[in-house]
Design a binder for this molecule. Structure first.
Ligand SMILES: Cc1cc2nc3c(=O)[nH]c(=O)nc-3n(C[C@H](O)[C@H](O)[C@H](O)COP(=O)(O)OP(=O)(O)OC[C@H]3O[C@@H](n4cnc5c(N)ncnc54)[C@H](O)[C@@H]3O)c2cc1C
Length: 396
């Protein structure tokens, strides 16, 4: 069996900026990933199944709601620790990180921020340990980049509401115990509802045929006259801003995570360039290989500094949506480019599952699309600097 030799590149001494707690969190996550995930991830990926047996371990390393306070069963860590955990997970596989991101930022975060005290007590401790798994239903078959157009809706009926509609592309949906579903009320205002497995008329069929994020489970959410108690509506916030604030938290984690995939590709490429002999010398002695490696570490270093600073801003509650968009967009793009270059450095071996670059590359094609596509994030930056939204004709 191949051994996972990963060590993180740190060209600008970022470790000196990490606290002892950050390093402990990182070491624990890395050790767990190397022991439990690295040996099985290729098999999961090839079979296109999410390795569910890892869920309790993810809870133990604090990957579910790292920043959720201890009173609700979370580890109560800071935002940089959250980022570090996502980085350690995604440097192994984006699908693994996706499961933790969804549970943390798209399920626990809205319950913590917008749920009632009863919701928090009922769901957060079990979500933190992995005893319960959640999913987040925003995207619909006809509304992806434009979620405000959603047609999933609910009507009041006594103490309940009746929910109808469908969500698509929902990570973790096939095995989730609870879904945070965004739907419109009779006035067309968006609310978050906690829809629980077992409610009549609620089904979660798995989507098949993905050539990316194969070790993550993706499905639909179908609501056919589902009766949901009114008490399951998140009371703290309504409107599109509510789900978008959850996406801020998730995209922040993705920025750290995608960088982890880039760091893993670079780490392998550097090692291979020193071991692989051609023309009687290590390929790392060729200028064209050095150019690739030098450009990779330059981009990784820039992204590490950007991401760490974003973590500080997030800790202070000051990071803007546009700053998060910039980091998500930049880091996924550099990760994809680095995965491609690292694969080339490995020659033919780079296309095999002996190395992780091809898997990272295929995974990152989802990461560059979900949680706001690459181009939508560019438009968010454009809007931020010009003050003019360019998303739709009638907005300009
Ligand atoms: C593996 C995977 C997991 C996912 N998990 C979840 C999940 O857990 N929960 C959830 O709710 N969703 C999830 N999604 C959905 C994801 O967020 C959407 O796929 C994404 O928002 C894009 O929507 P779309 O696929 O409908 O593409 P579209 O919105 O149809 O976009 C198609 C193309 O048009 C471009 N485009 C659209 N509008 C504009 C514009 N105004 N200007 C310029 N270009 C534009 C886009 O950039 C893109 O290139 C997941 C998706 C994937 C692939």
């Amino acid at each position: 069996m191949k051994t996972d030799q990963y060590t993180h590149p740190d060209y600008y001494g970022l470790d000196e900026l990490y606290s002892d707690e950050h390093k402990l969190v990182r070491d624990a996550a890395r050790a767990w990933v190397k022991k439990e995930v690295s040996p099985i991830i290729d098999d999961s990926y090839e079979k296109a199944v999410f390795p569910k047996h890892l869920i309790p371990g993810l809870g133990e390393i604090g990957a579910f709601g790292p920043y959720i306070p201890e009173e609700y069963g979370g580890p109560g860590l800071d935002q940089i620790s959250y980022g570090i955990i996502m980085q350690e997970l995604e440097r192994c596989d984006s699908g693994l990180r996706s499961t933790a991101s969804v549970q943390s930022s798209l399920v626990m975060y809205p319950i913590w921020k917008y749920g009632s005290e009863e919701h928090k007590q009922k769901f957060l401790p079990k979500l933190a340990t992995g005893e319960m798994v959640g999913c987040f239903g925003l995207t619909e078959p006809d509304f992806g980049s434009n979620p405000g157009g959603m047609i999933t809706n609910f009507k009041e009926d006594g103490d309940d509401v009746i929910l109808n509609g469908a969500k698509m592309w929902i990570s973790n949906s096939p095995f989730a115990d609870v879904a945070v579903v965004w739907a419109k009320n009779e006035e067309g205002r968006i609310h978050g509802l906690l829809v629980e497995r077992g409610m009549e008329g609620f089904s979660t069929p798995e989507m098949h045929g993905k050539l990316s994020l194969r070790a993550s489970s993706t499905g639909e959410l179908i609501f056919d006259n589902v009766r949901v108690p009114k008490s399951n509506i998140l009371p703290g916030r309504s409107g599109l801003g509510a789900p978008l604030s959850c996406l801020d938290s998730a995209r922040y984690g993705i920025a750290w995570g995608a960088l982890g995939a880039a760091m893993d590709c670079y780490d392998q490429a550097l090692r291979y360039s020193q071991e692989r002999i051609q023309f009687d010398v290590p390929i790392g002695s060729f200028q064209l290989i050095q150019k690739k490696l030098a450009e990779m570490i330059t981009e990784i270093t820039k992204a590490q500094l950007l991401t760490f600073r974003l973590g500080q801003l997030r800790n202070e509650g000051k990071a803007t949506t546009a700053q998060i968009s910039m980091a998500k967009r930049n880091n996924v793009e550099i990760a994809l480019n680095i995965a491609r270059e690292a694969r080339q450095i490995h020659g033919g071996m780079g296309i095999t599952s002996e190395y992780s670059m091809m898997r990272h590359m295929a995974n990152l094609e989802s990461v560059i699309t979900y949680e706001g596509t690459h181009d939508i994030h560019l438009l968010i930056t454009g809007m931020d600097v010009t003050g003019i939204p360019a998303f739709a004709r009638d907005m300009t």
